[in-house]
Write a protein that binds this ligand. Structure first.
Ligand code: B12
Ligand code: SF4
Length: 461
């Protein structure tokens, strides 16, 4: 079957590989289908995607979408139907999974939704569609039938992630190596080596998407993938796993193998403050860990409890102290503007952020995400949703007597204040202090050269 997968534009400055569709592409390719991925995150493709689409043989179209993208995905579906009314359109991803009934009611151009992990479902579904067979017994889908919506039983999670084909050959790797939003001048790419998260944060959609089941690829498989992307030029890897440090035994083995096998790359990952462990983090640093990011969220214990974060301010401060001792670069995510949050609580977050002094601080305006417990809380409070406002720099609702515009201004002010140059300078000094090998020296020299070049270009001529 000819299948065209279309990645909508994610907007903003975050440019990352279309992992979801690349995974689907890899699974379909392995099953013998002929696929094309049209990636609207690339400007040159965005401008002429309809022309590319018209010139590609197609029997089935697959789209993906987080909540903020679902409207764009639907507009794409409308354009596809306008030129090829006979082609069925599947939508997969977070939004379709968490709100299947609403999605089918609201967006008429999506024909079938794939709920949850998509690899096995899409392969089974495509072969049914190809053979013109009924698909009502395919687990993990939703569709319309005789004016009502049918949701089939959920498909069990894939237990062995190693069985999935490598997906990095299925997107424009070189484009993403050169164009990414990571805080490094090295050639960087993102990788995901686990699925799910066993924690229970009330603002997070991960839990309801993946269920509480968490699993890793094997260390062998992860290292194989890393070697593959390094061969293609990657020097820096941003692990996009929801929380990288969950299975400490796995992380320890992973780091020991990197050291033993002399794999030279630097990396960044996410962790929870309550999982920081001095010896483990020391080992991670030895294995190339460059930046560790924490969802700090708030400087108010009441808000942390409201968010169901399950950590204390003391644990946050301790975790950052350990990272400071290890001279590890830190990143911190904060939220402001949730319902019930007071002005004093927002100020407490800002004060904590100043104390923690992370190299990178990302301030998000709180948004209730479909699939999270707090989404339901907002609905119970009578709130209605405009999906296009679910962006990190946009406020969805006013809070603590601040208007939407005031909250957006406050966020922007925090962001500027917290990401001032001295933090970067101190992380640059740390990089110099951390030179342990020729490899490190070469990397730092290259960075200094690039920095000086940038500075020289800024001088008036
Ligand atoms: C990487 C990532 C990003 C990347 C996206 C890169 C990209 N081009 O896709 C970047 C950094 C850009 C990003 C941005 C945002 N993200 Co984000 N992101 C993630 C993250 C960490 C991993 C996603 C991923 O690639 N997973 C791996 C793939 C394999 O899994 P998957 O995407 O779920 O795909 C599987 C299935 O869904 C299904 N599937 C998906 N699509 C399709 C399509 C078809 C046709 C089929 C058959 C199946 C299918 O099959 C796939 C394989 O099993 C998730 C958290 C998580 N761990 O899932 C959050 C997550 C998806 N993001 C989230 C959010 C909120 C955002 C932002 C709004 C954050 C912000 N503060 O600005 C922005 C939105 C940007 C925008 N304007 O649209 C939420 C989504 C909640 C929701 N209801 O939509 C999540 C779940 C995190 C959370 N906190 O809850 N994100
Ligand atoms: S916020 Fe992080 S730790 Fe909490 S449930 Fe989501 S992914 Fe897990």
């Amino acid at each position: 079957m000819n299948i065209t997968l279309i990645q909508p534009f994610t907007g903003g400055t975050d440019v990352e590989p279309p992992h979801s569709l690349a995974c689907i592409f890899a699974a379909l390719d392995k099953a013998g289908h002929r696929c094309t991925l049209i990636d609207l995150q690339q400007c040159k493709v965005r401008e002429r995607w309809e022309e590319i689409f018209k010139n590609t043989p197609v029997d089935l179209v697959g789209l993906t979408g987080m909540t903020p993208q679902v409207q764009d995905a639907h507009e794409i579906a409308a354009r596809v139907k306008a030129s090829r009314p006979d082609v069925r359109i599947i939508l997969g991803g977070v939004h379709a999974t968490l709100l299947p009934e609403q999605t089918l009611k609201e967006f008429p151009f999506f024909d079938i939704l794939v709920i949850g992990e998509g690899e096995d479902t899409v392969v089974e579904l495509s072969s049914r569609l190809e053979d013109r067979l009924p698909y009502d017994d395919v687990a993990g889908i939703a569709y319309r039938k005789d004016g009502s919506i049918v949701i089939t039983p959920p498909r069990p999670r894939i237990t062995n992630l190693d069985s999935l084909p490598d997906h990095h050959a299925y997107y424009d790797f070189d484009f993403y190596l050169k164009n990414n939003s990571f805080e490094t001048s090295d050639k960087a790419i993102s990788l995901i080596v686990s699925r799910g998260c066993p924690y229970n944060c009330q603002f997070c959609a991960t839990r309801n998407f993946w269920t509480l089941k968490y699993n890793n690829k094997s260390v062998d498989k992860a290292l194989g993938e890393i070697r593959g992307v390094m061969r293609r030029g990657a020097e820096y890897i941003k692990f996009r796993d929801s929380t990288f440090v969950i299975n400490k035994k796995w992380v320890r083995e992973f780091c020991e193998r990197i050291i033993k096998e002399k794999l030279r790359f630097r990396w960044a990952a996410n962790a929870r403050v309550d999982l920081v462990d001095y010896d483990l983090f020391k080992l991670m640093k030895k294995a190339g860990l460059d930046t560790i990011c924490f969802g700090v969220e708030s400087g108010s214990q009441r808000m942390l409890d409201f968010y169901g974060k399950g950590v204390t301010i003391e644990q946050i401060e301790k975790a950052f102290a350990v990272c400071k001792r290890l001279r590890l670069r830190t990143g911190a995510y904060y939220m402001l503007g949730a319902l019930t949050e007071t002005r004093e609580e927002m100020d407490a977050t800002f004060r904590l952020a100043k104390r923690l002094n992370a190299a990178w601080s990302w301030c998000f305006l709180f948004m209730p995400l479909p699939g999270s417990e707090l989404y339901q809380y907002y609905i119970d409070q009578g709130c209605t949703f405009d999906y296009s406002r679910i962006r990190s720099d946009k406020a969805a609702f006013s809070s603590a007597g601040y208007s939407i515009a005031e909250l957006e201004e406050k966020r922007a002010g925090w962001y500027q204040e917290l990401n001032k140059r001295p933090n970067r300078l101190s992380s640059g000094i740390n990089a110099l202090l951390d030179v342990r090998s020729i490899y490190d020296l070469r990397r730092v020299t290259r960075k200094v050269r690039r920095f000086c070049g940038r500075m020289l270009r800024r001088l008036p001529v």
